[in-house]
Design a protein around this ligand. Structure first.
Ligand code: V55
Ligand code: FE
Length: 488
């Protein structure tokens, strides 16, 4: 039986989104420059690369099958590997030799033969906790992976103890306690307002799972955990159950509806959740960091005036200029009636990161991607047709911004930060670069930069032997953690 391998000619399948189906490994890659001794471990990246053409021409990047990519550094030697996550969905489609699942997060569009089979594609964030590697997407359970060979071990539900059907792709590990904080929205099914809030012990046991209702079923892509509080962010990109039944999209953005921020003591009870109304119409995918300052709680996020995904804006009837800024939301826990104070910290940005030791704490700097309009490259990647070409570092409290941009012809992906052993040194960023080498074709390189001197450019480059599809998020696992990984 022949297999259809023609993909729709849309942004979702062109450029860096052109499917590769590649699985493989390569060793002792070509390195230029010096790899710092602390860059010893594995850079895991989530990739989306559809194994089969979509059931519907107008499906979107978020539905594409997850792959796990690894770039491993050991004694200055570099190797790489990539494999599909063997999700229930991937295995069902591989067996059939065609797509069986329909639109992004719309089970009504599936082939009836896969009713009840998990739809998640595990394509958003790899993370390592309690000696185990996972890869996650917010519409389902994470899958556990073998960090060595990248094989899939299976769906992870904390030994059957987890009740939530979903877990976030933005888990938070407390750098001092080693605990993992998670939440899942649509926790008991499609378009549900139920949210599960979970605390996992440092060795990976489910300590608590508490459920609450959000004011509406909004997209909750990220959240925040400070040293004292858990913070939930609800934006008016709202699940449309009736529309889904008619073959429509999961999400409709409601420009006129309010956003919400909810706070509770992080070891407290969901009964203590305090809901505070935020501005109408806004949307954010990603939190850079959050922290306490006296009675105040700050949440720094990449905030936009709408949900910028074109495939959300269009069915929502929204036709406005997308604007965004790195924005600090502040609530005063002693005066929640005062609402949310909003302050611009920096430019339009995405893919924010901070040193892992600073997560949930007052911090001195963070990094994010943005655009240098003078060096633009138009190339399909993710949901967009322009690649990020500028890395910036914002420092606090002065809020000065350093920039490093490249192009045309070069795109940046979300870096990871690796601390130095020298407390006087700010560590390194490791970042995948997409370099256009011919029309609609790229080569890839990994660049290592000094985290506090990004403007100097890379101190080392690793040439990748093959090109993967677009990266989503990444995660750094240092050597000692890799060595302590629990065998499957
Ligand atoms: C995002 C990515 C997703 C998703 C929902 O970047 C939101 C935001 C790669 O999958 O399912
Ligand atoms: Fe994300």
């Amino acid at each position: 039986m022949s297999v259809d391998t023609t993909y729709p000619d849309t942004v979702h399948y062109r450029g860096l989104n052109r499917p590769t189906h590649i699985e493989g490994s390569a060793h002792d890659l070509h390195v230029e420059g010096r790899i710092p001794p602390e860059v010893d471990g594995a850079f895991f990246r989530a990739i989306h690369d559809p194994a089969y053409p979509p059931r519907f021409e107008n499906d979107v990047v978020l539905s594409r099958d997850g792959m796990i990519s690894k770039i491993e550094f050991k004694n200055g030697r570099v190797s790489t590997g990539i494999r599909y996550v063997q999700t229930d969905r991937f295995l069902a489609e591989r067996e059939a030799g065609r797509a069986l699942f329909g639109f992004y997060r719309n089970p009504y569009s599936d082939d009836p033969s896969v009713a009840g089979v998990s739809r998640t594609v595990a394509n958003t964030t790899p993370y390592f906790h309690g000696g185990r590697l996972f890869i996650s997407k917010e519409d389902g359970l994470p899958y556990r992976l073998d960090p060595e060979g990248l094989g899939t071990i299976g769906k992870w539900d904390y030994d059957g103890q987890l009740r939530s059907e979903t877990l976030t792709a933005h888990p938070k590990v407390d750098p001092e306690t080693g605990e993992l904080f998670l939440f899942g929205y649509e926790a008991d099914g499609l378009a549900s307002t139920k949210v599960a809030y979970c605390v996992i012990s440092p060795n990976g046991e489910l300590i608590s799972e508490q459920w609450f209702d959000a004011p509406y079923c909004g997209m909750q892509h990220d959240f925040a955990v400070t040293q004292t509080h858990a913070v939930f962010l609800v934006y008016p990109t709202i699940a449309d159950l009736e529309g889904m039944k008619e073959g429509g999209p999961h999400w409709i953005h409601h420009q006129e509806r309010e956003s919400w921020i909810a706070v509770m003591p992080r070891y407290g009870s969901v009964e203590d959740l305090v809901w505070i109304k935020g501005p109408a119409g806004v949307h954010s995918f990603h939190v850079m960091n959050a922290f306490n300052e006296g009675s105040k709680l700050h949440v720094d996020q990449c905030l936009f005036n709408t949900n910028f995904f074109p495939f959300v804006m269009e069915p929502s009837g929204i036709d406005m200029q997308v604007e965004g800024a790195l924005t600090r939301w502040t609530v005063d826990l002693d005066d929640v009636a005062a609402g949310v104070a909003s302050e611009v910290l920096g430019p339009f940005c995405e893919m924010p990161i901070v040193p892992v030791a600073d997560i949930g704490r007052p911090y001195s700097r963070g990094w994010y991607l943005t655009l240098d309009p003078g060096k633009i490259t138009m190339l399909a990647n993710g949901p967009s047709e322009v690649v990020f070409n500028c890395l910036q570092r914002i420092s606090f409290p002065d809020r000065s911004i350093a920039s490093f941009s490249q192009g045309p012809g070069i795109g940046f992906n979300e870096p990871v930060h690796i601390a130095s052993r020298d407390p006087g040194h700010g560590g390194w960023l490791v970042m995948m670069i997409d370099r256009v080498i011919a029309e609609d074709h790229c080569a890839q390189e990994v660049w290592i930069l000094e985290a506090d001197a990004i403007a100097n450019g890379p101190i080392a480059k690793v040439r990748m032997p093959f090109t993967t599809c677009e990266q989503v998020h990444g995660w750094w696992v240092p050597r000692n953690a890799l060595e302590q990984a629990i065998p499957a």
